[in-house]
Design a protein around this ligand. Structure first.
Ligand code: FAD
Length: 501
């Protein structure tokens, strides 16, 4: 029988490293497995992942995190979705909100019935059927309240301060027994069969282990550099490769959503926290140089900057394998898809969960490894296609960047989805996908894609009945929205940030 894993070494203490440490410390509590995390304060963390998806609740619940305490600690706010401004075309704005819009009409999906009406009546907006969008537009928030109404299904994610998040996770992990080692990894030592034997640190220290998790960020020190696993570059589909990031002073009440505003060679984010706003310009250096980009960001800030803008360079794509020998890469060390839909922390969670199901012994089953690599490839590709959609489906012709995006070749998987939608408004539902029908609908419709004709079955329905049914639904959503408290009041009552922030 192969020996069990007795020592788990996590290299890197950013969001990926500490999430992994906290998770496995909890899972392996009481088992004879030592968990060690090594990180270097001198190198630091990327420190920009501040917006999430609702998937995060699964992680928090499993770790027993009290959401109010968490938000107090990290100065966090609630996120009902993302507002896309000037995407598709200048002057356009739409929300990709969480949760379901409307409800199904008997056996017919909501979107088929609604689109039949909306195709002939542009005033019939998707926003009117999604409670999250309505709440976002009116600055409202509450958690689901269990009533028999759309209020029971409120779906949300969180915004938080990335540096405080890493600190919070570190506290959880250390309390659960993870040993942190401060030091810089100088060398990754390999065995004769090419597995990792240990890490050599500055001042001659060394850490050996059985399973190594590479969370060293973009450099991918273990998987990429030491084990030589190459990178699959997706920048021809997602050309943004730089970001300037800068915090600004909080002015007015924090909005319960992330805002993404398209700019001439990329887009600008604004993430509202309780104590500040996070801002950044994500841009393509092939279309705009760094100096012009920082000027554009600073010119479009809504509050006074609290620090100098910081430049982050990245490459979009993923490692060809994320598990090789006795090393699994998680987080930026495994790959990166630009932050347009705040998916990186979700992918970290996915990586951790799949690893839990396929947790190895020292025999390192090749079948398990292959399955893990296939699962993670699929996860990255789904997110990739969803992001490309935002760029490809645009009617902007005001800059070379947008002209490139609207004519670039795209993966067949995405081409197929767009063709289906353009024909009869059909939306492919793939089991297990993070982005479900409402997300594809919000972005395809929001970016300006329209079907040539409605779903033929929807055309068989009685027009007056459909119109009345839609009006009734809009009314219910509006009344639920009116019942909700202001986002700022909700925060003040339940989770106001600790004054130290
Ligand atoms: P890092 O934070 O870079 O951590 C790497 C760790 O490795 C550090 O502790 C470092 O000290 C250590 N290390 C590296 N080399 C060595 C060495 N030689 N010796 C010892 N230690 C070493 N994600 C989201 O989910 N939502 C968002 O809104 C979002 N926005 C983003 C915006 C931008 C512009 C970018 C670039 C990313 C964004 N992300 C976002 C992604 C998110 O920031 C990362 O996925 C997340 O922070 C995890 O990073 P990491 O832990 O993999 O790497």
């Amino acid at each position: 029988m192969p020996e069990p894993i007795r020592k788990l070494v996590i290299a890197g203490g950013g969001t990926a490293g500490w999430m992994t440490a906290a998770w496995f410390a909890r899972l392996l509590h009481g088992a004879p497995v030592e968990i060690v995390l090594v990180e270097s304060d001198e190198i630091g963390i990327v420190g920009v992942g501040e917006a999430t998806t609702p998937y995060m609740h699964l992680f928090d619940r499993a770790l027993g995190i009290d959401e109010n305490d968490f938000l107090k600690f990290t100065g966090g706010t609630f996120k009902l979705g993302i507002e896309f401004v000037d995407w598709g075309r200048i002057g356009n704005a739409y929300h990709h909100s969480f949760g379901m819009p409307g409800r199904d009409y008997g056996p017919m999906p909501f979107h088929s019935v609604w689109m039949r009406n909306a195709l002939s009546d542009p005033a019939d907006t998707l926003a009117a059927y999604n409670l999250q969008t309505q709440a976002a537009l009116h600055g409202k928030f509450m958690r689901p309240n269990g009533a028999n109404s759309p209020l029971a299904d409120i779906t949300y994610a969180l915004h938080f301060d990335a540096a405080l998040y890493a600190k919070y996770l570190r506290g959880l992990a250390e309390d659960a027994g993870v040993r942190r080692i401060e030091g810089r990894i100088e060398q990754v030592r390999l065995t004769a069969d090419g597995s990792i034997e240990g890490l050599s640190l500055t001042e001659g220290r060394s850490i050996d282990g059985d399973l190594f998790i590479d969370c060293t960020g973009f450099r991918s020190l273990l998987l990429g550099e030491a084990l030589g696993i190459g990178f699959e570059d997706w920048s021809h589909w997602l050309p943004c490769d730089r970001a300037w990031a800068v915090p600004t002073a909080r002015e007015g009440a924090p909005l319960p959503f992330t805002r993404s505003t398209a700019r001439s060679a990329g887009w600008q984010w604004r993430i509202p926290l309780q104590h500040r706003d996070g801002n950044g310009l994500v841009f393509a250096s092939a279309f705009m140089d760094e100096a012009e980009a920082v000027d554009q960001l600073v010119a479009n800030l809504e509050g006074p900057p609290l620090a100098d803008p910081r430049l982050i360079r990245f490459q979009t794509g993923r490692r060809k394998k994320v598990w090789e020998k006795n090393c699994v890469a998680i987080g930026l060390a495994a790959g990166f898809l630009e932050p347009l839909e705040s998916t990186a922390i979700m992918l970290i969670q996915k990586a951790i969960t799949y690893l839990q199901y396929l947790f190895p012994d020292q025999g390192f089953s090749a079948a398990d490894r292959d399955l893990y690599n296939a699962d993670m490839s699929r996860e990255y590709e789904i997110v990739r296609d969803f992001l490309i959609l935002h760029y490809r489906a645009n009617e902007r012709s005001d800059s070379e960047f947008w002209r490139y995006c609207s004519s670039m070749p795209i993966p067949d998987s995405l081409e197929n989805r767009i063709d289906l939608f353009r024909s009869r408004g059909r939306i492919l539902e793939v089991p297990g996908e993070q982005f479900r029908v409402p997300s594809w609908l919000a972005v395809m419709w929001g970016q300006g894609l329209r079907p040539a004709a409605p779903d033929p079955l929807a055309m068989t329905l009685n027009e007056t009945e459909v119109t009345n049914w839609l009006a009734g639904m809009r009314d219910v959503i509006a009344r639920c929205r009116d019942h909700m408290p202001d986002h700022a009041d909700f925060i003040a009552r339940h989770c106001a940030a600790q004054t130290a922030h």
